[in-house]
Design a protein around this ligand. Structure first.
Ligand SMILES: [Zn+2]
Length: 199
């Protein structure tokens, strides 16, 4: 598994990655096996320090993402939009099937114990603050930071943590780069390799 894999609007989850994913249950969600083990260790450490963090969402199948996508587009069309308008609107808040990090099992949405949905103010909670300080040690990064929207293509999501391995996570955290910048600066052949891979 390439833990630095880039999944975004231009880069779908490659089928060979999707079909060979090894998933493991952790805290009620499914994640890729190494990501799951690290998430488990991270949540346990937080609990030891008196911080209870809930795992809300992990791996989602491509067909599940497809269902989310089609329902959202249909809702927008029912509201009077043309199909291209509906697709443009839905794209602002939902990844297309194969284009969500949740489709590759490396992303987890986290929240406070009583929540049953993502929280806009998660970064102000003790759980959000603990993660911002400690997640890198366990190989997780805050994937969609503020001020990087023009590079990630995704609005700030204080709840969405992505497993990249602890070495990369520590570098990303200390440098203040987002994953796109990190890949650009730390991997010479990144753009050539990815662009040819996905065509
Ligand atoms: Zn997420």
């Amino acid at each position: 598994m390439d833990y630095l894999i880039l999944i975004d609007a231009l880069h779908p989850v490659p089928w060979e990655v999707y079909t060979s994913l090894e998933l493991k249950e952790v805290s009620g969600i499914l994640l890729e096996v190494q990501a799951a083990e690290h998430l488990g260790a991270m949540l346990e450490k937080a609990r030891d320090e008196g911080i209870e963090i809930k795992a809300l969402s992990g791996f989602r199948s491509i067909s599940y993402q497809q269902g989310l996508w089609e329902r959202a587009v249909a809702r927008a069309e029912a509201g009077g939009m043309t199909q291209p308008e509906a697709v443009a609107l839905v794209s602002e808040t939902l990844a297309k099937p194969r284009h969500s990090e949740h489709n590759c099992g490396l992303a987890a949405d986290l929240c406070t114990p009583a929540a049953d949905d993502t929280e806009e103010n998660f970064c102000t909670t003790s759980q959000g603050k603990w993660l911002a300080g400690n997640a890198a040690e366990y190989g997780f990064i805050l994937r969609y930071p503020r001020m990087k929207e023009h590079l990630t293509g995704i609005a700030y999501e204080p709840w969405h943590y992505r497993y990249v391995g602890s070495e990369a996570a520590e570098l990303i955290k200390s440098s203040g780069l987002c994953l796109e910048e990190f890949l650009h600066f730390y991997s010479d052949d990144f753009y050539t390799a990815r662009w040819t891979d996905t065509r």
